[in-house]
Design a protein around this ligand. Structure first.
Ligand code: AMP
Length: 538
């Protein structure tokens, strides 16, 4: 027998309606590219997001069409976050830090039809223009560059939408947003987030044991809006009517602290690198910022060191460690201390908070060892697998990658992890030796392959080595072919043609031999140990 409840679709439209009708006077503050602050209200976002939706419909947007954005974190991007999906389109956020070739591949593969681009990011568009084919390019004017010929002014585009916007019928399972992951080797893969997944993920972020977001909060998403929907915070903050503070391109510690102080931020999220910088700024400039309230921080994307948890606690910034992936929308676990462990002493509590947390409601985790599921003993490790209502079940038009899912429907994360008897997850390592620098992925294997394409390089290993600012930076260690010569500058030039600057190794070393496992694979663990104390300025 069925329940007698309504079958009400979970889509982004009611979130936008709610903010527009109930929280129209709540502010959305944006740090502009020129450092000034732009202010608007949810009432404006409501009006303009629907205007964008209407303008897209008038421009011929059909259900499922992809509309790409090349934008920083600011109010117009929030308009796109809602305006595109409620029109039936798919918001495709482009990572503006990628190399032009990779970006062009992603745009072409996704068959993006329109582009909305910040005027300050036009150079990024220019770098891919000859390789892509957008039907219309809309430039958001921030007063920096005039709109080039063959592009349109975003404001004019909006102004052209006269008349009322009428929501199309939206199915909760249809895609609302799209984001490519470059977290694995090979071609980037697209994840399509359904309306339903985003709504459930937002409800989860309001939970007290999660981000606990409410209309009492002032929320600052310090994670990029082009990466995993800025961890869903723009959707969640809008849903609950929390004042939102968007940092634009300015993620340096001083700018962040100025915003936190000036706008009374109560919750902020971002990768540990951001918070390492904030901690250093607070320590180096005592008394410069007067932040007398507790600031809750959601930090993840790479492991949060215990020293950071302890250091920021001293300044009233309380980190909740979280784990997730592009494929998990992304929030899948949060590292709060359970009430039944509250008596365990301070040191033990820091150890718990240093783990990646327990799974969110409806998210299930398991660790697969060599002989099946590993016990929850905090010691047995294996590959972490995940499933849940906001976990990807496939990639966009990429059937050859179905080996990322098990036959019984779990997603194989590629992370090596343990789970302890209380259910706390600990990420031990990344199975593919990826390097994460400043919150962005660098594929060691891709760089190795490129280096080994040089005729004088016999073998190359690229490893992530701890870095005081970026957490990790790539170091390349190579063996030359016998009797051949090659210098670092030549290799740097070779890589520059294929990789973005931040993906390039910061140092190139030569050795006589690299360590190998018994089956002849590079033994990177040993290399990492050998170079763990590498001084970057040598
Ligand atoms: P991405 O898809 O770019 O968001 O990267 C996801 C990957 O980041 C995960 O598979 C992990 O390897 C890593 N990651 C995310 N959160 C954490 C964390 N708290 N600690 C360690 N690694 C993490």
């Amino acid at each position: 027998m069925l329940g007698t409840m309504m079958n009400f679709p979970l889509t982004l439209a009611p979130i936008l309606e709610r903010a527009g009708k109930l929280f129209s006077k709540v502010e959305v503050v944006s740090r502009l590219p020129g450092l000034g602050l732009g202010r608007c209200k949810y009432g404006d976002i409501y009006r303009r997001a629907r205007q964008l939706a209407h303008a897209l419909q008038l421009a011929g947007l059909k259900p499922g069409d992809r509309v790409a954005t090349l934008m920083w974190n600011h109010a117009q991007h929030v308009e796109a976050y809602f305006g595109i999906p409620v029109a039936g389109g798919i918001l495709h956020t482009l990572n503006l830090r990628l190399h032009a070739n990779e970006l062009a591949y992603i745009v072409t593969h996704a068959r993006d039809r329109y582009l909305i681009v910040d005027d300050v990011l036009l150079p990024v568009y220019e770098s891919i223009r000859s390789q892509v084919d957008f039907e219309r390019v809309l430039v958001v004017p921030h007063g920096h560059v005039s709109v080039p010929n063959n592009c349109e002014n975003y404001e004019d585009f909006l102004a052209g939408a006269i008349g009322d916007f009428i929501y199309p019928d939206l199915d909760e399972n249809q895609a609302a947003t799209m984001c490519f992951t470059s977290g694995t080797t090979g071609k980037p893969k697209g994840v399509l987030y359904s309306h339903r997944a985003l709504v459930l993920h937002s409800l989860n972020e309001c939970a007290a044991d999660s981000f606990c977001l409410s209309q009492n909060d002032v929320a600052l998403p310090g994670s990029s809006m082009f990466h995993a929907n800025a961890w869903g915070i723009p959707f969640t903050a809008t849903m609950v009517g929390a004042k939102m503070v968007l940092p634009g391109p300015h993620l340096d510690p001083e700018s962040l602290l100025d915003l936190i102080e000036g706008e009374s931020v109560t919750f902020a999220a971002g990768v540990p690198t951001l918070w390492l910088g904030v901690l250093a700024a607070l320590e180096n400039h005592p008394g410069r910022w007067n932040i007398s309230w507790t600031v809750r921080i959601g930090a993840g994307g790479s492991a949060v060191p215990e020293s950071l948890l302890r250091g920021l606690d001293r300044f009233g910034f309380h980190i909740t460690h979280l784990w997730g992936m592009t494929e998990t929308a992304p929030l899948a676990s949060t590292g709060f201390v359970k009430s039944t462990l509250a008596q365990c002493g301070e040191d033990h509590q820091y150890k718990i908070r240093g783990k990646q947390g327990i799974p969110s409601p409806f998210v299930e985790l398991r660790v697969m060892g060599p002989s099946g599921e590993a016990p929850w003993d905090g010691v047995s490790y294996g590959e972490l697998e995940v499933r849940g209502p906001w976990v990807a079940a496939s990639y966009f038009e990429s059937p050859e990658t179905c080996d990322r899912w098990t036959d019984d429907g779990w997603f194989k994360t590629g992370d090596i992890a343990t789970i302890d008897s209380e259910g706390y997850l600990k990420i031990v390592d990344r199975s593919k030796d990826l390097i994460k620098s400043g919150g962005e992925w660098i594929s060691s294997v891709d760089i190795e392959n490129a280096l080994m394409a040089h005729p004088a390089v016999r073998e190359a290993a690229v490893i992530g080595v701890p870095h005081p600012k970026w957490q990790e930076r790539p170091l390349a260690i190579m063996v030359r072919k016998e009797g051949m010569e090659v210098q670092a500058d030549e290799l740097r030039a070779l890589l520059a043609a294929q990789f973005a600057k931040w993906q390039m190794p910061d140092a190139f070393l030569f050795t006589n031999e690299l360590p190998h496992t018994s089956v002849g694979k590079l033994l990177k663990l040993e290399l990492r140990q050998q170079y763990a104390n590498w001084k970057w300025d040598q």
